[in-house]
Structures are given as structure tokens and as C-alpha cells.
Design a protein around this ligand. Structure first.
Ligand code: SF4
Length: 65
């Protein structure tokens, strides 16, 4: 599984970084999402799905690759 984040769509709300800080951060420049672990471990997939669902701009995807 791979996390895909679109910084062009991200509005910098910070929901992902607040709720799953081991996998997401925000850019110091503009607050857009930074994916810390693009290939998350299996035990964190549920947390990623939660972050994807809470993202207000739909900037996050979890790809089955
Ligand atoms: S929750 Fe979505 S909009 Fe907010 S910082 Fe994360 S990717 Fe960007």
C-alpha cells in the first residue's frame, strides 16, 4: 500500500498531521501535507484510511500497489 498526497489540492488543514503524526507532517513553507512514510506498515493502514477519510479536500489517497 502506498500513500499518495496531492499538494495542489491540500488546503493545509492539518487534520492528517494532527491525527496520524507518525505518518504525516506539514510543510514549514505553506502548511501543505508532507508524507513521512509513503509505504506505511500494515499495522498503520487503518490509521491511514482514517486520515484519508477526514481530509477535507480529498488530497489523500491510499493506493493498493
Ligand atoms: S488533512 Fe488533507 S487538506 Fe489537511 S493537511 Fe492533510 S492532506 Fe492537507
Amino acid at each position: 500500500m502506498r500513500i499518495k498526497a496531492d499538494p495542489e489540492v491540500c488546503i493545509g488543514s492539518g487534520m492528517c498531521a494532527l491525527t496520524v503524526p507518525d505518518l504525516f507532517d506539514q510543510s514549514d513553507d505553506d502548511g501543505t501535507v508532507v508524507v513521512l512514510r509513503p509505504e506505511p506498515p500494515a499495522e498503520r493502514i487503518a490509521a491511514v484510511r482514517g486520515a484519508v477519510g477526514r481530509c477535507p479536500s480529498r488530497a489523500l489517497q491510499l493506493l493498493d500497489v
